[in-house]
Design a protein around this ligand. Structure first.
Ligand code: PLP
Length: 386
């Protein structure tokens, strides 16, 4: 079986086609020729197996889906118009009024709004569990649940979900177990091999990798992806073919990007840990991370995000403004290093009390390492922190 980097380059690519193109052609079309075979497929409920209309499916979209399935070791995969398109489709495809969702406390801000606001309003019973507390997971999953949801490495505090433990308890409760693995990346982490049913990504981050695309992905067993495909069809969060082409192109270089980002993040985290103006820091690759042993066991690399804090929100904002090479911008996983504060970006919809309750303290900065020469990034941090 070819390994990750080989699959990233070759898997899913379109067959040569009429002109033998070296890359996947962009099928920039809304619609496809209707034939007897297409009508038959539609009549038999096999609309996903034929080409009808691009909201249903498209060959460029299918190419990147096959690539992602190969990378995740999944039977099947789907791409979406955004990470939130993938996440909300996955939760809404498998949950209905009266169902129970058991969910980690540490989540991307909008996912948290979705699970604490929208889903309960639709009649879903939601129980939030402290992400790193095994006993709390065990207790919450001692009664039946329909879905279990967590982030492999959480945004922004970089807490780890113990994937094997959560998958085991989740399955004992009869649940479909899902992970948003955006921060951990498809390169560093293998949640499906650790028992998870569905892995989700904001593809806008490490998959696409160049901060020029909004997209999302899900991977898992065929029958689950089929249900999710139906939800995507109705919700409309399909990916445009041109974006699918860019996503596939981005994924081809993922392994070398993420390797550099892992290395840069570890080096920058070690630098920041020793700096007198840094009040607090977390990075799963540091020995000081409370779950470093789990990180070593569970991941092949620790990701490109380092989260640290200066004394106050004001000093953190000042620091961002002094950075020259590093952009004051949200998002992560791109080739360029960016830094932002969760309290005024990704988690802005949480109240201050909610943020404090989960440990988002004042002065927190989320730093996403790119692929620049690490010395230059450290020099920029040095001058900004001085
Ligand atoms: N999941 C995580 C962990 C994220 O950080 C984000 C966005 O920042 C999302 C999901 C949402 O992804 P998108 O912006 O592609 O909708």
């Amino acid at each position: 079986m070819p390994k990750f980097s080989t699959l990233a380059v070759h898997a899913g690519a379109e067959e040569a086609g009429q002109y033998g193109p070296g890359t996947t052609p962009i099928y920039q079309t809304t619609t496809f020729q209707l034939t007897d075979e297409v009508y038959k497929g539609m009549r038999e409920g096999k609309s996903r197996d034929v080409l009808i209309y691009t909201r249903y499916d498209n060959p460029t979209v299918r190419a990147v889906e096959r690539k992602i399935a190969a990378l995740e070791g999944a039977e099947d995969a789907l791409v979406f118009a955004s990470g939130m398109g993938a996440i909300s489709s996955a939760l809404e495809a498998f949950l209905k009024a009266g169902d129970r969702l058991v969910c980690a406390e540490d989540l991307y801000g909008l996912t948290r709004v979705l699970v604490t606001g929208r889903l309960p309003a639709l009649g879903v019973e939601v129980e939030i569990v402290p992400t790193t507390d095994k006993n709390a997971w065990k207790k919450a999953l001692s009664r039946p649940a329909k879905v279990v949801y967590c982030e492999g490495i959480s945004n922004p505090l970089l807490k780890l979900a113990d994937l094997e433990v959560i998958a085991n308890f989740g399955h004992r409760a009869g649940a479909i177990v899902m992970v948003d693995n955006t921060f951990a990346t498809a390169y560093n982490s293998r949640p499906l091999e650790q028992g998870f049913d569905i892995v989700l990504h904001s593809g806008s981050k490490y998959l696409a990798g160049h901060s020029d695309l909004i997209c999302g992905a899900a991977a898992g067993r065929k029958e689950m992806m089929h249900k999710l495909w139906d939800r995507r069809l109705m919700g409309g969060a399909c990916l445009d073919p041109h974006a699918a082409f860019l996503m596939e192109r981005g994924i081809k270089t993922m392994s070398i990007r993420v390797e550099r980002q892992n290395a840069n993040a570890l080096q920058v985290a070690s630098f920041l840990e020793g700096h007198p103006n840094v009040e607090w820091i977390t990075y799963p690759g540091l020995a000081s991370h409370p779950q470093n042993a789990l990180a070593q066991r569970q991941f092949s690399g620790f990701g490109g995000v380092v989260t640290f804090a200066t004394a106050t929100d004001e000093s953190a904002l000042k620091l961002l403004r002094k950075m020259r090479l590093i952009s004051e911008a949200t998002s992560l996983g791109g080739v360029e290093t960016v830094a932002s504060m969760p309290m005024n970006t990704s988690h802005v919809r949480m109240s201050e009390a909610e943020m404090r309750a989960i440990g988002i303290r004042p002065g927190i900065i989320r730093l996403s390492l790119g692929i620049e020469d690490c010395e230059d990034v450290i020099d920029d941090l040095k001058q900004a922190l001085s």
